[in-house]
Ligand binder design. Structure first.
Ligand SMILES: O=C(O)CCC(=O)C(=O)O
Length: 303
């Protein structure tokens, strides 16, 4: 059988696409931005990628969308949904695991313009070493691109504990009100259940944008004020694992694509003995590490 190289075995950049000359401090967020993150649950419009870097990712995004079911590279993907909603008028291409297949998606996880700010935002107070969790690619085709319903990321991640996670959403196309821009609910990262647990998962059919409202308290409903962040191509938002976010459909003339990187602080442990992602197992209670979960940034601050 034809085989292919699993880039998860390589725990450093392979190309110089995202190479940076500066010292780490050049890529640090200001104290004001760190404060804003903890106050609102997200920060946005942080410039990360050049047009050339975006275009290389878009080239591979196209190749990913064209992968045939029998292509051996498909076996490396954690998840591959041509249309997660199953509804032709609401198409959401959504994959996890392309970092194992394409050098671009592999190397971006080590980009210090991303990992240095992540080390500042993973836990309040001190900088943390950053470990890779997984990637996601969202592509909404022109005219009939689908929604990403309101949700908190950590609702899907309780198999890794404690919660010290972070999401970096990078626009590969300018995001607008007609093409399905990312929206946040400011301060919703404080909305929890039973002593700090995330809200339960509600968007089971990947179609109903508003399904989360069925479980909101009166206060949460009153505080539900979505803000579009209108990222430009190459800009990122960083959000807290409990920040409620989502995006409407794409009714524009052009596709809207975004790459999403998920990290956790070094030291987060497995909370299950089963499959963590893509067949990766870490015994319950043990620190998340190994091929699938490389350290992408080592903080010099005492942990
Ligand atoms: O709207 C999108 O492309 C995905 C939103 C999302 O769930 C995320 O960035 O974490």
């Amino acid at each position: 059988m034809e085989t292919c190289k699993d880039l998860a075995k390589v725990h450093h950049p392979i190309t110089n696409i995202f190479q940076l000359e500066g010292g780490d401090d050049e890529y640090k967020l200001s104290e004001e931005l760190v404060e804003e993150f903890w106050k609102k649950g997200f920060i946005a419009n942080i410039p990360i990628l050049t047009d050339v870097q975006c275009d290389l990712l878009l080239r591979d995004c196209h190749a990913l969308q064209e992968l045939e079911a029998e292509d051996p590279r498909m076996s490396l993907m954690y998840e591959y949904h041509k249309n997660q909603s199953g509804d032709d008028s609401n198409v959401l291409f959504h994959t996890l695991g392309q970092w194992r297949v394409f050098e671009t998606f592999h190397d971006i996880i080590f980009n210090r313009k991303i990992t240095v700010p992540s080390s500042q935002l993973l836990t309040e107070g001190k900088r943390r070493s950053v470990r890779w969790w997984h990637d996601q690619l969202f592509a909404k085709p022109a005219h009939h691109g689908g929604v990403v319903a309101w949700h908190q990321d950590y609702s899907y991640w309780t198999r890794t504990q404690p919660m010290a996670h972070l999401t970096v959403h990078i626009a590969l196309d300018d995001q607008t009100l007609t093409n399905g821009a990312l929206h946040y609910i400011p301060e919703s990262h404080k909305w929890t259940r039973n002593g700090g647990k995330p809200l339960p998962v509600t968007d089971f059919d990947f179609k109903d944008m508003e399904s989360i409202k069925t479980i909101f308290s009166e206060d949460e409903l009153a505080g539900f004020h979505p803000i579009p962040v209108l990222l430009k191509k190459g800009e990122a938002s960083f959000h807290h694992p409990l920040s409620v976010h989502g995006s409407y459909g794409n009714r524009s003339e052009h596709p809207r694509r975004a790459t999403v990187l998920n990290f956790f602080a070094d030291g987060v442990k497995s909370a299950i003995d089963g499959d963590l992602i893509g067949g990766a197992h870490v015994p319950k209670g043990s620190v998340m590490e190994g091929d699938f979960f490389p350290l992408v940034y080592r903080s010099l601050e005492k942990q």
